[in-house]
Design a protein around this ligand. Structure first.
Ligand code: ADP
Ligand code: MG
Length: 339
């Protein structure tokens, strides 16, 4: 049985399940989670063994989800390996276009950590992170802006357009979308102390009018997480933070954060299929959550508390992860709940 077919069968995962086991439920051909490493080449999908009648049946099963989410906004943070593997890129673009064509409003916010690191390496600089935030001096900011807005965003726009959609790239400057201010980051180990991470911003305000205008006109917005301050200075904002705030302001139905792990893992490396605010506090306190997962979970929780109905951290290494989450019964990744 191919993994695509298995994925389409719509089995619900049990409430708490280990990471390796989780991956193998979605991919019955695999033996361990390791076999789903980012380096594993994905074989091209072959659906010829599925009879047309069965294919029609599968499509019909998406109907309740299409009805439920018609006209609703879905904010998708596109990051991790799903952004670098060509086949996963293609799957991502097809998923976004399909959702738009069946009447939903996908809004893409992209990251670009690996691409920024590569560009920094070319000028002999090494990226450093504190509490999941990239330390951003003036030179790094120039690289961040150039890579995100000039390269990554335009690549995504091209991918979506190639898949038959009409994508439009935006930064926070366009239409006054994202107003930022310098992030005042507290030291987690010593909360009285602030850590200066340079031109890293936090969202001061979002004016969603440009996104709404594009949505209404059949366009798919693709947003680079760069905000602008009072004096027009650029700020590097974590893409998860932008996606979370945007979901809140747009009153999105769903926030999907695509990443490069099966979801949030506990100390034993097992997947936690749902998390509440108090469980998250405990995991912050005992160090289970670190690095890039810190801003991701904080943003996810803020969005859940602000009324975004479904907030999910999902494995972007799974082919068609977005369609699986939106159009099937299949539960995967970690769902973040406010209570
Ligand atoms: P993205 O591009 O998706 O934002 P990040 O590197 O910023 O990727 O964040 C995801 C990373 O967070 C994971 O690859 C993992 O290394 C790290 N991480 C830290 N704590 C956890 C945890 N408890 N569960 C899963 N991942 C975690
Ligand atoms: Mg990150």
């Amino acid at each position: 049985m191919t993994r695509q077919r298995a994925a389409l069968r719509g089995r619900r995962l049990p409430p708490r399940i280990g990471a390796a086991q989780h991956d193998c439920l979605l991919f019955p051909d695999c033996t361990t989670a390791d076999s789903m490493s980012a380096d594993t080449p994905l074989s091209p999908p072959d659906l010829s063994h599925i009879a047309p009648r069965e294919q029609a049946e599968i499509l019909a099963q998406a109907l309740p989800y299409i009805r439920k989410f018609h006209g609703k906004t879905l904010v998708i943070k596109y990051g991790g390996n799903a952004m670098t593997d060509p086949e996963l890129q293609q799957d991502f673009a097809e998923d976004v276009v399909l959702l738009k064509l069946v009447g939903m409003n996908p809004v893409v916010v992209h990251g670009g950590g690996p691409q920024i690191d590569e560009a920094l390496g070319r000028i002999g600089k090494k990226g450093t992170f504190i509490q999941g935030m990239r330390v951003t001096d003036a030179e790094t900011m120039e690289v961040v802006e150039w890579v995100l807005a000039g390269q990554v965003q335009q690549d995504i726009v091209g991918l979506i357009n190639h898949a038959g959609g009409k994508a439009v790239g935006l930064t926070g400057r366009d239409g006054g979308l994202i107003r930022a201010r310098k992030l005042r980051m507290r030291d987690r180990d010593n909360p009285e102390t602030e850590i200066d991470v340079g031109q890293v911003g936090e969202v001061a305000a979002i004016d969603p009018s440009v996104v709404k205008a594009l949505q209404d006109d059949q366009f798919i917005p693709v947003i680079s997480p760069i905000g602008f301050g009072e004096d027009n200075a650029a700020f590097n904002i974590n893409a998860d933070v932008v996606a979370g705030k945007l979901a809140e302001v747009l009153r999105a139905e769903k926030l999907l954060l695509l990443t490069n792990t099966p979801g949030v893992l506990n100390k034993k490396g097992e997947l936690l299929t749902d998390l509440t605010a108090s469980e998250i506090d405990a995991m912050f306190a005992d160090g289970t959550i670190s690095g890039g997962m810190l801003p991701k979970i904080s943003s996810a929780l803020d969005a859940a508390k602000s009324g975004v109905n479904t907030v999910h951290i999902v494995d972007g290494r799974i082919p068609h992860a977005i369609l699986l989450e939106v159009l099937t019964e299949q539960a995967f990744g970690t769902m973040i709940r406010s209570h």
